[in-house]
Design a protein around this ligand. Structure first.
Ligand SMILES: Nc1ncnc2c1ncn2[C@@H]1O[C@H](COP(=O)(O)OP(=O)(O)OP(=O)(O)O)[C@@H](O)[C@H]1O
Ligand SMILES: [Mg+2]
Length: 360
């Protein structure tokens, strides 16, 4: 999969930017702090995802003082061409179109435009709360096909419905509410069990790649393992019945996949609490590398890879090892300096609101 060109209008600090991109090998986007390097790769990502990898609220992407942004890209994947177009307005309608049509589903977006981003914030994959790790698993589950993807979305929907009922009744169940809750319990029990198994299967696959990736990056003898920890034991429906009183008191569902944990263990200890900064960083980077390898196997195409500011995160040896192990389809890197012994096909210099091809 590769992005051949991108046009940004009113995106972050870019009033208008047109870029033709090399479709294979590494392009290094070089420039001083604050020049707009990350904004360029964020813009490319936005063109194929309709969201940012940095912020949850898209409005901050619109050039300050402007009413809208527009981003277009030309993408090729396994011989097929896709033209994407995003319009985002502060007020009024926004759209995301692929080949002039609205998108069919999030699943088709993920599988048509596979992309993996490495960024300094990835440390939260290891050190942050479990939500971010569950999201990673759910994204991989979603990519596995229509059935898996509908399990993810159905689970979210049923959970929301059960939670809003629990909130509405303020701890008191009349007959009607009791019947409705029984229906939601039943559905949540089924779809929750299904989701947990799908996540467990993905985890088993990802594990294999992660162990390999960590060995490449860190060259440490510590053993890295992943463990999925369900928030209930036995049957989910029974667990929901057992937790009903607590759930009613709290006005929310306290057992189920939304409370599950994905433990990353290093030398048998939970990395979230025990890993050093350097170890956590290597694990986070290895997780992204493992995701690339996993997607390559699942989708039969190499995702486009974005490495934002990675050279500030790792020592040179590790950067080099990471680089040598990333499958080279299309790789876009940002940084303030070009590391030594770095194989790059192209350097783009970002300065004073312009991007120019640099000779190095
Ligand atoms: N919506 C916006 N409108 C205008 N400017 C913006 C907007 N959002 C961000 N910026 C500006 O874009 C500039 C460049 O941001 P960016 O994060 O791309 O820099 P960078 O080159 O990656 O820097 P660093 O090397 O520090 O990571 C910042 O000065 C920021 O204030
Ligand atoms: Mg940056």
């Amino acid at each position: 999969m590769e992005v051949r060109s991108v046009t940004l209008d009113n995106f972050r600090n870019w009033r208008h930017l047109e870029l033709e991109l090399d479709t294979s090998g590494t392009t290094f986007i070089l420039g001083n702090n604050g020049q707009g390097k990350t904004n360029v790769v964020e813009g490319i990502y936005f063109a194929i995802r309709n969201r940012s990898f940095r912020v949850p609220f898209r409005e901050s992407l619109i050039l300050d003082g402007d009413a809208f942004l527009k981003v277009k890209s030309e993408v090729f994947n396994q011989g097929r061409r896709f033209d994407t177009e995003v319009l985002l307005q502060r007020s009024g309608d926004s759209y995301f179109r692929v080949n002039s049509k609205p998108l069919r589903s999030f699943q088709s977006l993920l599988t048509s435009f596979p992309a993996v981003v490495f960024q300094p914030e990835d440390l939260t994959l290891v050190k942050g709360g479990p939500g971010i790790r569950r999201d990673l698993l759910d994204e991989l589950v979603t990519m596995q096909g229509k059935k898996s993807s509908s399990t993810v979305s159905l689970f979210e929907k049923v959970l929301q419905q059960r939670n809003s009922l629990l909130k509405q009744v303020h701890g008191k169940l009349d007959q009607d509410a009791q019947n409705t809750l029984a229906v939601w319990d039943d559905r949540l029990g089924n779809v929750g069990e299904e989701l947990a198994s799908l996540r467990e299967n993905v985890l088993t696959e990802l594990s294999k790649w992660l162990v390999e990736a960590y060995a490449i990056i860190a060259k440490e003898s510590f053993e890295l393992t992943l463990a999925y920890r369900r928030s209930w034991t036995g049957d989910l429906l029974e667990a929901l019945n057992r937790s009903r009183t607590t759930d009613l008191q709290r006005g929310t569902t306290t057992v189920g996949p939304q409370r599950d944990e994905l433990d990353i263990l290093i030398g048998g200890k939970v990395a979230r609490y025990h890993a050093s900064q350097g170890e956590a960083r290597a694990i986070a980077i290895a997780t992204r590398l493992a995701t690339i390898l996993f997607l390559q196997q699942e989708l039969g195409t190499t995702p486009v890879v974005f490495l934002d500011d990675i050279t500030s995160e790792l020592d040179e040896k590790r950067v080099k090892r990471l680089f040598d192990s990333i499958p080279k389809a299309q790789v876009l890197v940002t940084g303030t300096f070009l590391p030594k012994d770095f194989n790059v096909e192209k350097v783009l210099k970002v300065e004073d609101g312009r991007v120019t091809a640099a000779i190095y």
